[in-house]
Design a protein around this ligand. Sequence first.
Ligand code: NDP
Length: 321
Amino acid sequence: MLAVQAVHTGGPEVLKAVEVEVPSPAAGQILIKHHAIGLNYIDTYHRSGLYPVKLPAVIGLEAAGVVEAIGETVTRFRPGDRVAYNGTLGAYAQAAVVPADRAVKVPDGVSLETAAAAMLKGMTAEFLVRRCFHVKPGDHVLIHAAAGGVGQILVQWCKALGATVIATAGSKAKLAVARDLGADHLIDYSDEDIAARVAEITSGQGVAVVYDGVGKDTWDASLKSLSRRGTLVTFGNASGPVPPFAPLDLGAKSLFVTRPRLFDYIATTEELDESAAALFALLASGAVKIDIGQTFPLAQARAAHEALEGRKTTGATLLVP
Ligand code: NDP
């Protein structure tokens, strides 16, 4: 079968299409024939070495497809089931073996493409707004890179929870996307001062929470944008990792900072199932829609990485096996 490997760390050029054997499911595993593979920013960290993985490796953490075969002891699925997963390395391939307790059934009415686009990004939004920080009606919420994969889902989920959303993005076209999803206020961080605009919008109060997947470039503005006892959720490094900071920086307004990972919020199968159920319920209600902004053939994963890192994508990106 076709797979895409990172042969060593580096830029998108280290991604190579290779032919590999179709794996067999061991006890507790299922073999999934992929229909669609989700591209995530974390894939670029695995490729670049920011998050080290043993190379060469087939990268990718998110896909949806149909169960082809099950290993011994598997009772959770049967061949033919429509399933999706996140968090198991090896998704950039036409098929993968995954522990059965790390996959979920895709409900009728949700396409496998939507599931592949939503499993990692949507469950990230789920834990960020419901568990990492609990967004409440009336909260002012600042969401960076709001037209991106996770960003678009965050905007819609926060609106569904009754928050007032301030969205940032790097272009007018991307801000129009955030506006159409329900964002109340828009900041173009390519030419506007984020903290000054937040102060203006919130009459100097600041926001209850900042969801910051941009990292290095927005860190200072995110801290400055918070209200007293506000929470900075720094959950990604699209512009590079945040440099070390002094706890004293938090003292002026008694701020909280957390640096969460999805996989600590879906560590058990119960947590995985609960997060997936919340996500699929919101998709079914229509409150959150998944925008598949672009698709690439799996063999062109390199071009997909170039587009993602070049800030040329909106919404989710799929690789088609
Ligand atoms: P996105 O689709 O949001 O793409 C990243 C976006 O970041 C770009 O489109 C761009 O939007 C913005 N950006 C700002 N500065 C830069 C820069 N210098 N280089 C590239 N992009 C930049 O990606 P994802 O939805 O896949 O992920 C969003 C973030 O969430 C990532 O940081 C990712 O690591 C993180 N994440 C963290 C998880 C966790 O568990 N902690 C789980 C899932 C995702 P614009 O042009 O508008 O600035």
